[in-house]
Structures are given as structure tokens and as C-alpha cells.
Design a protein around this ligand. Structure first.
Ligand code: SF4
Ligand code: SF4
Length: 239
């Protein structure tokens, strides 16, 4: 019993003599752990195509009903994401979000990740609902933002779901058909691109990190720039 008292008060005494940690916020900011759950980010592939496929899994996983996704079809002349669908509207209500991260666990394409940005405050309810434009990662310099045409995407020859390594269209096709030389999914993403096919693209992880770095100093938050009519009725009425 006595030893527990001594141990308990020892912790108190240790903190009494410890040097105080003072950070001159907002001029200086605290460094958070890499896994810190801050504001969300909607990521892109290296070529500017959006990773979000509008599947709504994040919205279904969210325990606070904080996410609103509306999907739409890609067309040959306007391709926003790989596959059939993309998110024509995407919103996160930060009055509801508890920063649990379940949404990013549910996302099948790593479209949704969390940054270390922690300044998510405002004076109006409407401006706490972040739109797709506010959440979308900026494009890397020199890259055209989505939408692209199917012809542009095909010419690049990128396999968006090939994992960390580049997968050529040829390797993907051979694997799908079970042809010799490509033994199955394990070999996907291991083939170097043939000369002249597509640019040398960074990996998915590198793209996410580059986008996060670009977002390290996001544009000043301007609630007045928002329009109330972008808030869907179902979100407004629930508040
Ligand atoms: S972090 Fe949690 S509460 Fe916030 S949007 Fe994602 S799932 Fe919902
Ligand atoms: S962020 Fe991910 S889970 Fe949410 S709609 Fe987009 S692809 Fe689906």
C-alpha cells in the first residue's frame, strides 16, 4: 500500500520538476506522430486521376454519419477515376466526425487518408462541412487535374490497381488470360514498363506522401467562399 502511494506521488513530483513544454502557437506548431488522425484528404494518382471511385464504403463505415458521397459515371471524354464511377460530390461534416479513422480503413483504393492538419474550426455550421474541392489533394506540378479522356489514360499505359510497382497493360492482359510467362496475381506489378510505354510514375505511397506534403500548408480557410446551397438537405436537416 505504502509503495503504491510513493509510486503515485513520485509521478506527481516528477512532473513538478520537469521543464515545462511551451509552444508558441500559432507561430509554431507541435509535431504529431505520423499516425495522427487529422483532417482527411482525398488522394490522386501521380497522373492527376482521382483515387475515389464513389463506392460510398467510407460513408457506410462511418459511425457518426459524417460522410456524404454521391457517385456518377465516368465517360470516355471525362474520366475522373479508374473504373466506372467517381465521386461527383463528397462531403465530410466535421461537426460530427470523431476522427476515429474507420472511413480510411474501409476505403478500398486508399483514396481517403488523414493528414496531420488539426485546425478544423469555424464559426458557422455550414463551413464545417468540407466539400470535395476542399478535401481533394492538389495535383503535382506539371500534371493535369482530372478529368482526362480515356485516350489520354490509355496512352499512358498505367495500371492503377497494380500496387506499388508499375504494371504494364501487356502484363495485366496476360495475367488475366493465364498466359505463359505471367503466373498469376503474384506477378502483377513486377514487370518493368517496356521502353516508351508510359512515364516512370512514382508509387502509390510516394504519391500520397507528396500530396500530404503539398497540403502541409493548406490555403487559408475561407468560410465566406462557401455557398450554402452545396450542403445537401439530408445533412442540413440532421444537425
Ligand atoms: S474519422 Fe470516423 S467519424 Fe470521422 S468521417 Fe471517418 S469514420 Fe466518420
Ligand atoms: S473515399 Fe474510398 S471508400 Fe469513400 S467513396 Fe471514395 S473510394 Fe469509396
Amino acid at each position: 500500500m505504502l509503495s503504491e502511494f510513493i509510486r503515485g506521488f513520485g509521478v506527481t513530483l516528477k512532473h513538478m520538476v520537469r521543464k515545462p513544454v511551451t509552444i508558441q502557437y500559432p507561430e509554431k506548431k507541435k509535431d504529431y506522430a505520423a499516425r495522427y488522425h487529422g483532417r482527411h484528404q482525398l488522394n490522386r494518382y501521380a497522373d492527376g486521376i482521382e483515387k475515389c471511385i464513389g463506392c460510398e464504403l467510407c460513408a457506410w463505415a462511418c459511425p457518426a454519419d459524417a460522410i456524404y458521397v454521391q457517385g456518377a459515371d465516368n465517360t470516355p471524354d471525362a474520366r475522373f477515376s479508374p473504373g466506372e464511377r467517381y465521386a461527383i460530390d463528397y462531403q465530410i461534416n466535421y461537426l460530427r466526425c470523431i476522427f476515429c479513422g474507420l472511413c480510411i480503413e474501409a476505403c478500398p483504393t486508399r483514396a481517403l487518408t488523414m493528414t496531420q492538419e488539426d485546425e478544423v474550426t469555424s464559426t458557422t455550421r455550414e463551413s464545417m462541412i468540407f466539400t470535395k474541392e476542399m478535401l481533394l489533394a492538389p495535383v503535382v506540378a506539371g500534371v493535369k487535374p482530372a478529368p482526362h479522356t480515356d485516350a489520354e489514360v490509355t496512352a499512358r499505359g498505367e495500371e492503377y490497381y497494380g500496387g506499388f510497382a508499375f504494371t504494364t497493360p501487356l502484363a495485366s492482359a496476360q495475367a488475366a488470360e493465364g498466359q505463359a510467362g505471367v503466373s498469376g496475381p503474384a506477378s502483377l506489378g513486377t514487370e518493368p514498363p517496356p521502353a516508351g510505354v508510359g512515364p516512370s510514375l512514382p508509387t502509390t505511397r510516394e504519391t500520397d506522401q507528396a500530396a500530404t506534403a503539398l497540403n502541409a500548408e493548406p490555403a487559408p480557410f475561407a468560410p465566406e467562399a462557401r455557398s450554402e446551397d452545396i450542403v445537401p438537405e439530408e445533412i442540413k436537416h440532421d444537425e
